[in-house]
Design a protein around this ligand. Sequence first.
Ligand SMILES: Nc1ncnc2c1ncn2[C@@H]1O[C@H](COP(=O)(O)OP(=O)(O)OP(=O)(O)O)[C@@H](O)[C@H]1O
Ligand SMILES: [Mg+2]
Length: 507
Amino acid sequence: MNNDEDVFIGKSSKREKLLLKLANRHGLITGATGTGKTVSLQILAEGFSNDGVPVFCADVKGDLSGLAEKGVTKDFLEERAEKIGFDDYSYDAFPVVFWDLFGKQGHPIRTTISEMGPLLLARLMDLTDAQEGVLNIGFRLADDEGLLILDLKDLRALMAHVSNRSKELSAEYGNVSKQSVGAVQRRLLVLEEQGARNFFGEPALDISDLMRTTKDGKGYINVLAADKLMQSPRLYSTFLLWLMSELFEELPEVGDPEKPKLVFFFDEAHLLFDRAPHAMVDKVEQVVRLIRSKGVGVYFVTQNPLDVPDTISSQLGNRIQHALRAFTPREQRAVKAAAETFRPNPKFKTADAIMDMGVGEALVSTLEKKGRPSMVQRTLVRPPSSRLGPLTKAERKKIIAASPVSGQYDKRVDRRSAYEILQQKSEQKAAQEDQQRQKETSRQTQKRGEFTIPKVPKKTTKKRRSNSGSRRQSVTETFAKTIARTVGAALGRAIMRGVLGGLKRGS
Ligand SMILES: Nc1ncnc2c1ncn2[C@@H]1O[C@H](COP(=O)(O)OP(=O)(O)OP(=O)(O)O)[C@@H](O)[C@H]1O
Ligand SMILES: [Mg+2]
């Protein structure tokens, strides 16, 4: 591990660096396609890792996997190193843990439905207000009855439960329309088709597993396979948002630490804000602002700086701006807007530089000791030490097998939860109804033997049924509550929810 106070970015007229102490003041990497964003992310990840800071990043094109292998000598890399006076440039592999929501290209990463909470789920399923309302009622009901909602089949069972009891629930919680329940159920199917089934369940991710360091003090780089995930942009962005909020809720307050506890790169960040309702953007803004004092630095990576809303952009202190094209009016606006976010350098016009830079070149401004942004500098970004480009399947497999979380998440566990409990309940109910029916039949046969009796009027039958129904229910309800109590006690955190509606632990 290095004892550096900063991460080396590249060279302008001077050495450009990112101060570890201010790395939790977030950042932004932007630039048109092919201008060097991913390599910039790669060299930052390397630098953080060397300084003992764990990193989390999503690998959209597969090329970040190269971090796990030593780079191969290439003329253009050597030339770049020489040009910027990077004397101790060397090739090196970094400690990487691969993750994959689908469990194919890395360790499965999961969370439970309860932990994600109704707010993010509604965003994930793109629910209307009315549908979200119904989902909320489902969660309330689950909390009240102590039903554990772990995976998608639990949620499906819960929604069926809500649907069956819609009348009674309407009286208690407000209008529960069957149409809305039906719509949520259909959305659930879509979600399953997108592969979300793998993502919801146990063992759920313990975020401390993202914050590991090696024995010799290097930070682990967590690389999330995101190539397939990108085909479901909502799942991708909601997942990263959930992860961010989870970090925020779980980590203790640390103020401004000497170096970050974790650095989180959010690639294709525009997906987070695409058609996001105001309320959601506000919440993201809040999480980004507050997560700083938990020692987490968030770095958004996107092509167009206008993709990130102003309220959030203004909190991103460390900036690497690669070249932008400026053919269309929107592109010209982006250049202008990007230029205005920098502290000008009298030596050049920021906007002109943005349009003029070559590949692997960037305008860099980072926070100086007092938290003031440095004057913008036209910078040649350093070449990476790890491999440029993806790992082979075999290489990836080897790294996954040797990972520090090997075996911990790989096998899915399906413990007793809402689905099983509700299923058992309905089976019990059916069995009891059967018994009751048999009793009635034998009683009627007996009575018929003594004297003839007129047919039982329909109404009475109904009434008797519903009477015995409520008695039956009380039996099963007691049963459910016993479980609820046990479960509730085991969880010890029934209904505390955080900023983004995720469960809060330790309450
Ligand atoms: N700092 C650098 N040192 C050496 N070569 C670089 C550097 N930055 C970029 N390059 C070269 O430019 C290529 C493209 O860079 P990169 O993949 O980072 O672009 P990108 O902005 O991520 O593109 P996209 O938007 O398509 O993902 C790299 O494969 C590499 O060959
Ligand atoms: Mg890229």
